[in-house]
Design a protein around this ligand. Structure first.
Ligand code: 6PG
Length: 485
């Protein structure tokens, strides 16, 4: 097994311990992070500019290559090669090239945001060829890659044990523990990272809805909104996403009077991981409405010209500003945000639970919450509670059924009901807040109205129904004689 000591021996032999393919900002930053920890590293990119930029760093532990063979020849065996290239066909292309220069026993790590089904396929193919494959989610953006990301490796456990010393050193640390751990079998790492991103979409949507309420409902300016987020970020909502949002509400470019935020177009882009989360959830018949609505609202935001036409056709029918709301309204908004945020995490964790059942990943939900507490985009104070819940009861199926979480959630119900109903009455769109509440109201509903859906399906399509008092499936001829009006 390879460890730090052996890596140092490699250095003496002039071999590199770690190779990176893809020298964009993420790849270059992660490589510098690894080099900072004493590992001699090699970087490869087919763009000569990127290789030159890497060599221009003049880091004694980093060597940039434009030739793939020379790059892999520079690596100690078994060779560890990580790819940080855009997800999709490029990954397959790089793997094909690597197959020509790597040997059995070498390790390929895909650190991009690959779709888990692609990782599943690549894992099987490479296993058949005797190569180790690790599909690894990396979160934390460019800064995280440089200073300490959260990493979600999955696939080949044997290979993970070999790369673990490096990963544990470069990861962010929470309570002196690294934010990296082996997630589970085959595509588990990329599935977990995908759900991380789904939760990321949901929380970003919730923050933007709270901004809308403060701006349009309460008539607050950016400075006041900044103060609210700053306060929230000092309490139980403390999180990376609120921290950066607080900064955004105070940011002006040098020499400019406007807040940059006010000059940014309202059409949100998306690379697709949020959509994948919703698609996977639908395929597993597992409801994640707060994530789903976050994906849909990004899509709606891009329909700018339609929205402009509709805004002229359907102007606000009420005076937008809330009246007679005291200064404590933002406390209710905090409660509502807390409630909806818990729901977003709960739905993501539930999806992981279900995927684990279906795909036999061997996930540990507490471990996932644990490594999300630092380095990644959704890191937050609340992840401590999630970790505690799943750690205490590893079989916990749904976070909302944890006693301690439920007690805090119950105290936030008045807040979410007030905030959602005010928004509805004033024509302010809060789809993710609303989705968290309606999900909750149906989740806690012993008897949903879906008996009617079963009756309708049977009426028009003979799809059958089941009875409360009798086993079996039944069909009725819903004939007029039996319809008593
Ligand atoms: C992370 C981020 C990262 C990426 C997002 C952006 O965990 O570091 O999630 O992976 O910045 O995927 O996603 P969108 O472009 O879809 O918003």
């Amino acid at each position: 097994m390879q460890n730090l000591q052996e890596d140092i021996i490699m250095k003496q032999e002039n071999k590199n311990a770690f190779g990176m393919i893809g020298l964009g900002t993420m790849g270059s930053n992660l490589l510098q992070n690894i080099a900072d920890h004493g590992y001699p590293c090699a970087g490869y990119d087919n763009s000569p500019e990127k290789v030159n930029a890497l060599n221009a760093l003049d880091n004694e532990n980093i060597e940039g290559f434009s030739d793939l063979k020379k790059f892999t020849d520079s690596l100690a065996r078994p060779r560890i090669v990580m790819m940080l290239v855009p997800a999709g066909e490029i990954v397959d292309h790089v793997i094909d090239e690597l197959l020509g220069v790597l040997d059995k026993g070498d390790i390929i790590i895909d650190g991009g945001n690959s779709h888990y089904t692609d990782t599943e396929r690549r894992y099987q193919e490479l296993e058949g060829k005797g190569l180790h494959f690790v599909g690894m989610g990396v979160s934390g953006g460019e800064e995280g890659a440089r200073r300490g990301p959260s990493m979600m490796p999955g696939g080949d456990k044997e290979a993970y044990e070999m790369i673990k010393p490096v990963l544990e050193k470069i990861a962010a640390q929470v309570n002196n523990e690294p934010t990296v751990a082996f997630m589970g079998n085959r595509s588990a790492g990329h599935f977990v990272k995908m759900v991380h991103n789904g939760i990321e979409y949901a929380i970003m949507q919730l923050i933007s809805e709270s901004y809308e309420i403060m701006k349009k409902g309460l008539g607050m300016d950016n400075g006041q909104i900044h103060e609210v987020y700053k306060k929230w970020n000092q309490g139980r909502l403390k999180s990376y996403l609120l921290e950066i949002t607080t900064d955004i509400f105070a940011f002006k470019n040098e020499g400019e009077n406007d807040f940059l935020l006010d000059n940014i177009r309202d059409e949100a882009k998306a690379k697709g991981t949020g959509k994948w989360t919703s698609q996977a959830a639908m395929d597993l018949h597992l409801p994640t409405p707060v994530i789903d609505i976050a994906v849909s609202m990004r899509d709606l935001s891009t329909l700018k010209s339609l929205r402009v036409q509709a805004s002229e056709m359907y102007p606000d029918e009420t005076e937008m500003k809330y009246e007679d709301r005291g200064a404590d309204y933002c406390d209710q908004l905090e409660e509502a945000f807390y409630f909806a945020m818990v729901s977003a995490y709960a739905q993501g964790m539930h999806l992981l639970y279900q995927a684990n059942e279906e795909f036999k990943y061997d996930l540990n939900l507490d471990l996932i919450a644990k490594i999300w507490r630092g380095g990644c985009i959704i890191r937050s104070e609340f992840l401590e509670d999630i970790y505690a819940a799943f750690n205490q009861d590893p079989k916990l199926q749904h976070l909302l059924l944890d006693k301690s979480v439920s007690e805090d959630l119950k105290r936030s119900i008045t807040g979410i009901r007030t905030v959602v109903s005010d928004a509805v009455l004033h024509g302010i769109a809060t789809p993710a807040f609303s989705a968290s509440l309606t999900y909750f109201d149906d989740f806690r509903c012993e008897n949903m109205p879906t008996n009617l859906i079963q009756a309708q399906r049977d009426y028009f399509g003979s799809h059958t129904y089941e009875l409360k008092a009798k086993e079996g499936v039944f069909h009725t001829k819903w004939v007029m004689e039996n319809i008593k009006e």
